[in-house]
Design a protein around this ligand. Sequence first.
Ligand code: PMP
Length: 431
Amino acid sequence: MALRREQIVASDKRHLWHPYTAMGPYLSDTEPLVIDSAQGARLFDRDGKAYLDGNSSWWACLLGHRHPRIVAALCEQAQKLCHTSLAGVTHEHAALLAEELVAVAPPGLPRVFFSDNGSTAVEVALKLALQYWHQNGRPERRRFLALDGAFHGETLGATALGGVEVFRRPFASVVLDCIHVPPAKGGHERAFAALEQAVRAHAGELAAVVLEPVVQGAAGMRIYPPEYLRRARSITEEHDVFLILDEVFTGYGRTGPMWASEHAGIVPDLVCIAKGFTAGTLPMAATLASERVFEGFLGDPERAFYYGHTFCGNPLGARVAREVLAIYREEKILARVADGAARIARAFAGWGGLPGVSGVRSIGMIGALDLGQQGYLERAGWRVFQEGLKRGAYLRPLGSTVYVAPPLNIAEEELELLLGILEESLRAVLT
Ligand code: PMP
């Protein structure tokens, strides 16, 4: 017999430790949403109520939930091969996925290293950069440079780059050495100058500059100008420092083009991909590298990259990731983003005048605004979240930043509905 909602919540509260959740208030005051199923842009709870998925389930389900082609590909692959190691052996889908990925990646990144989530995609990039310099004549290049407010994942390596203070603080004394610079504080020219000055001053000891291109997601959907990326590329090239772009959130069309780096027309040395890579179906990620980086690991076996996760190149994930790319091609997903992006931009611009709303902004299929002071621990966004739930939308905020990042293929009427619910929820909170 199917368990009732209350029974599931009781088990949950007895044992489950939730990510990014203050467990005290959760245990005492929270009636969690119990998701039972999902289809397209909608989540369904245990009582059958539907919610439009305003953030593509942690920014991953770019093609909505249970796309029939993805489900079919997954089931078919499960009949044949669920898992194999990738250490010195290969299989059809890992090999062809790498080829197909390189074909759509920014040019000049022909080597693909698989892992299993966004943090590990970043970890791989960091280790590749460190090891490259270690064994290619510049072992003193051990530091990284990232942005204030950056978010690159959960491993200690990725945590070192993180610039969200509340996430970083407990680990600050043990993580890798990272210099942080402001992305836009004090005007763009000042920010460009700060970046250029920091790279110039530390070039001899920098392994890489690491950036979320154009949008800093977890910082609160902070958008910065592509010119910043162009400057970052040119100063890193000038000093022969690697540029790592973390496209975990921004890749696969979230900001419009396939890669956010396209806004600036630049190519990094390493790029990190996850989330949309399997359209939120399975944990699988990739780090793409230039031929120069790859060649830095050839020669003596001691120079090899001794790194690999159990599930890197997992056949189920690889098969799904290939199907995702096929859907992007055949359903012309990127071409469809333009209409949704324009609709989101119009809606958010229209809310700029609401009392208490500031910083309305949008790019691609992202729209965001702030309610009061920005900050992850601020509560204002959660009031909108509660109003959204009542009206049938899941609008998890980033503290005081309220945003949408729906599936790229959300139907026009569903997007209209989502934005309508957001507007009503905002008005309910602000009046
Ligand atoms: N990089 C960026 C830019 C992200 O937004 C995230 C996750 N939100 C990560 C890395 C980490 O990805 P994962 O949660 O899959 O480890």
